[in-house]
Design a binder for this molecule. Structure first.
Ligand code: AMP
Ligand code: ZN
Length: 181
């Protein structure tokens, strides 16, 4: 269904001309009128859905597959270093046009495109949860280190299993570093 009062319905269906970079049966991809970076594009379904909550499951999947296809091509064409895929739902989340759309924003190393967020101060509950995660992780690391230091285990266990333990240990150490940052 189209919504007669929706500008994105009109753009998606070609009723209002716009810079189109891709079109198929379900979607039109257009350039954003106020780009965060050169090449900032929007995936618009041709049917009207206000947001991801309302979007048909099949189209939701197709829109992400299309995003993947588009950024793969565009990364080469624009010679950029990465892409942000942004999708806002609801006014509180920064949505200003209430027709589902996916932003694709090309990024270059050290560009000044501001999409980050500042982390909020942890609540007491969140702090306690984090402390517990750290303690559990440390205990698991110690157990695994002991296991891998046990020559009997290392010589008798299947090599693939020992290797898996080593990889898990490396991941746990990395996870701990991130949590303790
Ligand atoms: P959002 O804040 O996620 O709802 O994003 C809406 C986006 O639509 C903004 O980035 C706008 O710059 C863009 N936009 C609004 N009107 C038009 C238009 N007529 N053509 C192209 N992009 C538009
Ligand atoms: Zn619409």
């Amino acid at each position: 269904m189209k919504d007669n009062n929706c500008i994105f319905c009109k753009l998606a269906n070609g009723e209002i001309p716009t810079a189109t970079i891709y079109e198929d049966e379900d979607f039109r991809v257009i350039l954003d009128a106020n780009p965060a970076a050169k090449g900032h594009a929007l995936i618009l379904p041709k049917e009207h859905y206000a947001n991801l909550y309302e979007l048909d499951d099949e189209l939701a999947g197709k829109s992400m597959i299309l995003a993947k296809k588009m950024i793969t091509k565009l990364t080469k064409a624009l010679d950029c270093d990465g892409y942000n895929i942004v999708q806002n739902n609801g006014e509180a989340a920064g949505q200003t046009v209430f027709h589902y759309h996916v932003h694709m924003i090309p990024r270059h190393k050290d560009d000044k495109v501001g999409l980050g967020w500042t982390m909020h101060e942890l609540t007491e509950e969140e702090k306690a949860l984090k402390e517990k995660q750290i303690a559990d992780l440390k205990a698991s690391i110690e157990r695994r280190k002991k296991l891998l230091a046990n020559e009997n285990y290392v010589s008798k266990a299947p090599a693939a299993l020992v290797e898996k333990e080593r990889l898990t240990l490396a991941s746990e150490i990395e996870a701990l570093e991130l949590l303790e940052k």
